[in-house]
Every structure is written in structure tokens, then in C-alpha cells.
Design a protein around this ligand. Structure first.
Ligand code: ZN
Length: 139
């Protein structure tokens, strides 16, 4: 069994920006030569999250609309009083979504559904440069 850690950088627009990172994760897997195991995709930081969806225009509107209903941007957050950075909503949304996603891989290919992409959602209230970590455990 081998453990390999890789990473790639990605620029986001913030404000619940949703980016398809499936290709970059797949590339990281290919570079390792590992055939079977699991990989974990992780975003360091407390205002972004990683999950999966079908990356199509409707859902790219539905997801931000749903986050806005669940955790409204303009609600009152104590965090905003602590730091005055105005991104309390971004921290709460990220905490609910979680910062990682795990995918099994077999014969060098991730086991994903045809319409299942891996997405990064950046909730912060400004543009960000994110470093995405892919840690692979396999052989
Ligand atoms: Zn903050």
C-alpha cells in the first residue's frame, strides 16, 4: 500500500463560485500510477467546501439559491462582529458542506457516475486562490 499526496492550485471568484475539479483530480490520480484504492480531495480553509453534483447550468443556479435559503448572506452572524470580515455566512455554509470528498478508484479510474462531477464551492465574499490537496491511498 502506498500513500501519495498531490495538490493543484485554482482561482475562484468567491461568492458561492462552483468549479468542476474532476479533471484535475483525475490527472493527479493518473500521475501516481496507482491502480486501486481511494482518494480524498480536501480544501484547506474554512470558507470553501467540496462535494459532488451534475455540473450543468440549472444546478449551478439551484445550489447557490438553496444555500441562500438555508444560510442567507445578509442574516446576522456573530462572526461578523468578531472580525468584521462580513463572511459569517461563508463559514457556516462551508461547515455544513464539509471540506473533503472521497472517491474509490479501480484499474486507475475513479468510480464516478456519468453525471457525477467533483466540485469545489468557494463561499468566501472575495476572490481566492485555493490549493486543493488530493491524497491517494492504494496500490
Ligand atoms: Zn471570516
Amino acid at each position: 500500500m502506498t500513500i501519495i499526496t498531490k495538490s493543484f492550485g485554482i482561482k475562484t471568484k468567491g461568492d458561492t463560485d462552483i468549479l468542476d475539479i474532476t479533471q484535475q483530480v483525475g490527472k493527479a490520480l493518473k500521475e501516481t500510477q496507482l491502480k486501486n484504492g481511494i482518494l480524498n480531495v480536501f480544501v484547506p480553509g474554512s470558507t470553501a467546501g467540496i462535494t459532488t453534483t451534475e455540473y450543468e447550468p440549472g444546478l449551478l443556479q439551484d445550489l447557490p439559491a438553496t444555500f441562500e435559503k438555508l444560510v442567507p448572506k445578509t442574516a446576522e452572524y456573530k462572526h461578523n462582529l468578531t472580525w468584521g470580515d462580513g463572511n459569517g455566512y461563508a463559514h457556516v455554509r462551508a461547515a455544513l458542506l464539509k471540506s473533503f470528498f472521497t472517491v474509490p478508484f479501480v484499474d486507475g479510474e475513479m468510480i464516478l457516475g456519468t453525471w457525477q462531477q467533483i466540485i469545489l464551492i468557494d463561499f468566501d465574499n472575495r476572490r481566492r486562490q485555493r490549493e486543493i490537496v488530493v491524497q491517494l491511498i492504494g496500490e
